[in-house]
Design a binder for this molecule. Structure first.
Ligand SMILES: [Zn+2]
Length: 239
């Protein structure tokens, strides 16, 4: 197997080449945007590259179609070896079949693994989801409370108590209600801490401005100078 690339205008297109026993060249774009080229055993690399260049507009179109219709992260299957994110790092799932004792069912972080010990393999997804939620509660909530306390002090706000909850939202990371309650998507625990802080501060700024006008942006910049960088990182990361 060969990894190589071609240049098409300003774009570099990487491809994976395998030689197979066939007569013509086959080019496919996989849903994770990889370009897979199957070439006849004796085909010359320059000729293969020429053909890929000719197909480049089609390849780019396929890649952008996949980008707009599905996330890069493939559907999770909750099997051993699969990668899962936690605080911006990738971990591998390791599923360990435990003796028939549901009490010993546990999820723990060990080195680069998320270990799931369970007597019932059908519970893996539920256990991992619950583990993420408990981590979100243990890490995001106190972080948000700290940032909230600093925020109200710095802006001399008369807000008596910190109102906060988690809610799964398919298209957003957080929201702030008219009554000043901060709601965070627990999925955010998968993102780097810098990005979690950005989402919380963004929502805190909505305690003062409920829209995204210039004043809102100024306030957000006052509290987090590099918010744009963090926002971009979050978008790249969780795409
Ligand atoms: Zn907003």
């Amino acid at each position: 197997m060969i990894f190589d690339y071609i240049q098409y205008g300003s774009r570099t297109i990487q491809f994976r080449l395998v030689y197979v026993n066939r007569k013509s060249l086959g080019i496919t774009v996989t849903p994770d945007l990889e370009v897979l080229v199957k070439a006849p055993t004796h085909a010359k690399l320059e000729i293969i590259k020429d053909k890929i260049i000719k197909k480049a507009p089609w390849i780019i179109k396929q890649q952008s179609l996949f980008l707009s219709f599905q996330p890069i992260t493939p559907q999770r299957r909750y099997v051993s070896g699969e990668t899962h994110l936690y605080l911006g790092r990738q971990y591998r799932l390791k599923i360990i079949k435990a003796k028939l004792n549901p009490k010993s069912d546990v999820v723990k972080l060990k080195g680069q693994f998320i270990e799931v010990h369970t007597s019932d393999l059908s519970k893996v997804k539920m256990m991992v989801d619950n583990w993420y939620l408990s981590k979100a509660k243990a890490i995001i909530k106190p972080l948000a409370e700290n940032l909230f306390n600093n925020f109200i002090k710095r802006n001399k706000l008369k807000v008596s108590s910190f109102q906060f909850s988690f809610r799964s939202m398919p298209t957003r990371w957080g929201s702030c209600t008219a009554k000043g309650k901060i709601i965070i998507n627990p999925e955010l625990i998968k993102a780097p801490k810098l990005c979690i802080e950005y989402v919380i501060i963004h929502e805190l700024c909505h305690l003062i401005y409920h829209d995204h006008t210039q004043k809102f942006i100024e306030l957000q910049t006052k509290h987090l100078k590099d918010w744009e960088k963090r926002k971009m990182k979050l978008e790249r990361f969780m795409a």
